[in-house]
Design a protein around this ligand. Structure first.
Ligand code: IMP
Length: 198
């Protein structure tokens, strides 16, 4: 399979993520589809990239089309990289996850609270080839308390020193410009549209 495919499946049940990708590719000759029905492959990978590939390959097999998979999470240095690939399974709700994180960092000084959001995006073919892969990060620190109402997940406790704000205090447009997911999506779209039909 060459890169000149005109159809791509995004291996996600998240309608916001799907429309974001569709919007970025609306002026290209690539049509992006979501995945129908229940799609929840087991995320058994040890890395974000492995999990992104698992999702992409599963969707590609089901649809017989090339598929994009993504996986993301929060890596905290003082916790040896946790919650990492377990970010969504760390606790049952966003509030509980954030409280647990703050509790675990209770005795960690402001200078030692470095963390990063990580996002991997992988495009796989139905025969299991990895056609493209990128992993992007957004560096910050874990705040001392939650702040802000935008975004989701760990955004209220993720402090960006250069913005003097948490991720949840940024608008969606501001977040997309600097976020791990925004950067990974930018690289993916660039790869998809570059050198086509050549
Ligand atoms: P997934 O890649 O959509 O499975 O996300 C994994 C988990 O990582 C989410 O449930 C959130 O807890 C966390 N996460 C990933 N990206 C972000 C973000 O941009 N802001 C806050 N939390 C995030």
């Amino acid at each position: 399979m060459t890169k000149n495919f005109t159809e791509l499946v995004f291996a996600t049940m998240n309608k916001n993520k799907l429309s974001e990708v569709q919007k970025m590719l609306e002026n290209s000759d690539i049509k992006v589809y979501g995945i129908e029905g229940d799609f929840n492959p087991e995320e058994t990978g040890a890395t974000f990239e492995e999990n992104a590939f698992i999702k992409a390959f599963e969707a590609a097999k089901i649809t017989n089309l090339p598929a994009l998979g993504d996986d993301s999470g929060l890596v905290v240095d003082a916790l040896d990289g946790r919650p990492g690939v377990y970010s969504s399974r760390y606790e049952q709700t966003d509030e509980k996850r954030n409280n647990k994180l703050l509790r675990e960092l209770e005795n960690v000084e402001p200078g030692d609270r470095s963390a990063r959001f990580v996002c991997s995006m992988v495009i796989a073919s139905p025969d299991g080839k990895k056609l493209f892969s990128t992993t992007e990060t957004c560096e910050g620190e874990i705040a001392l308390f939650p702040s802000g109402r935008h975004g989701f997940g760990y955004d209220p406790v993720f402090y960006l020193p250069e913005k003097n704000a948490t991720m949840a205090e940024l608008t969606m447009e501001e977040k997309n410009k600097i976020s791990h997911r925004g950067k990974a999506l930018g690289k993916t779209v660039k790869w998809l549209v570059s050198g086509r039909n050549s």
